[in-house]
Design a protein around this ligand. Structure first.
Ligand SMILES: [Mn+2]
Length: 345
């Protein structure tokens, strides 16, 4: 303003004042719009959801109760399994699917590109649907496990949305059909047993990449007295191996739990696992961990299971069986990125 003479200053201030009045004069709203049922649309356009508003679905994806609708097809389904009645310590994972969806709200298709992936997984090339939650029984574990298996198998039987997508051509199913992929939100870790039963019917025995502080391969939890009580979040891999659902080329990553003794490790090997400990990240580094996981599972069909307790409890404290000294979120994300291109089913 120091450069303007007096007249110029008056003119400029008048323009600013006029603009301020013009924009102010739109509020309160214009007259004669009473009863206009499209008043909002005419004035502001689409009723878009903000990152923190709108109905809750994973990353603001379309939410469909896919089990009710055989016509809903997808390449990738997000499926909630709110089951937590087979834990040995702190329950509450039934709220996991809700919490994961809530935590995912800042992700969405419009803002899905990341530097680390160099792509946007929600850019529409694959159809990704939030298929809702399986209404599992909180009163009867045998019933709940069957409900999860039936739901998973139902969705696995749907045709894929994009037959040309590279992922569908890779894994050869026993029935020679193309099957979609399902990302399950737990739930306690027992949910993997019905998932592996379901996948076995389609692919036969598969490998497992298991991120966890714990082995989950115990034969029985101490104090087990009935057949049903063998099914827990610490024994489901043993049961899966008994049922021959897995190959013997599976691998754990991030192990640091307390054990009863070295016998737990010997037992773990008979279940089919190799082991990468939490501390290995300091000695081997991320690239070698990635290389060992890739070498272990090779081209075999593989299921990835991630227990949130693989992350340090300082970063994910609400987990059911916390173990101090875990991997960081950044490290786990990086290891998972390194697994891209494996034969995930
Ligand atoms: Mn665990």
């Amino acid at each position: 303003m120091a450069h303007l003479n007096g007249l110029a200053s008056v003119v400029l201030l008048s323009v600013i004042a006029a603009r301020a009045w013009a924009s102010h004069s739109q509020f309160p709203p214009e007259r004669n719009t009473e009863g206009d049922t499209e008043y909002w649309t005419k004035k502001y356009g689409k009723q878009t959801d903000l990152p923190y508003s709108g109905p809750l679905s994973f990353s603001h994806l379309p939410y469909t109760r896919c089990l009710d609708d055989p016509g809903s097809i997808f390449d990738i389904a997000i499926l909630g399994l709110p089951f937590d009645t087979a834990v040995t310590y702190r329950p509450g994972a039934r709220f996991g699917p809700y919490a994961i969806r809530s935590g995912s709200r800042r992700q969405r298709a419009q803002l899905g590109y990341t530097l680390s992936w160099g792509m946007n997984p929600l850019d529409g090339r694959l159809k990704v649907l939030d298929c809702g939650d399986v209404p599992v029984s909180p009163f009867d574990n045998a019933l709940a496990v069957d409900q999860m298996e039936v739901a998973y198998s139902t969705l696995l039987a749907r045709p894929v949305a994009n037959k040309n997508a590279s992922y569908v051509t890779k894994a050869l199913a026993k029935d020679k059909k193309e099957h979609p992929r399902i990302i399950s939100l737990g739930g306690d870790h027992t949910i993997v047993l019905p998932i592996l039963r379901s996948l076995h019917k389609v692919y036969g025995p598969i490998s497992v990449i298991h991120f966890d502080a714990h082995l989950d391969t115990w034969a029985v939890y101490p104090g087990t007295t009935t057949e049903q009580s063998r099914v827990t979040h610490g024994t489901f891999f043993f049961l899966a191996a008994e049922e021959k659902l897995m190959t013997n080329t599976s691998i754990h990553a991030g192990i640091r739990c307390k054990m009863e003794g070295y016998g737990d490790i010997k037992n773990d090997e008979t279940v089919g696992f190799q082991l990468i400990s939490t501390d290995d990240i300091d000695d081997l580094g991320i690239p070698e961990i990635v290389a060992r996981i890739r070498a272990r599972v090779g081209e075999s069909p593989v299921y990835l299971s991630l227990d949130i307790d693989v992350i340090d409890p300082g970063l994910a404290p609400a987990t059911g069986t916390p173990e101090a000294g875990g991997w960081t979120t950044r490290e786990v994300k990086r290891i998972i990125r390194g697994l891209a291109g494996l034969n995930f089913v």
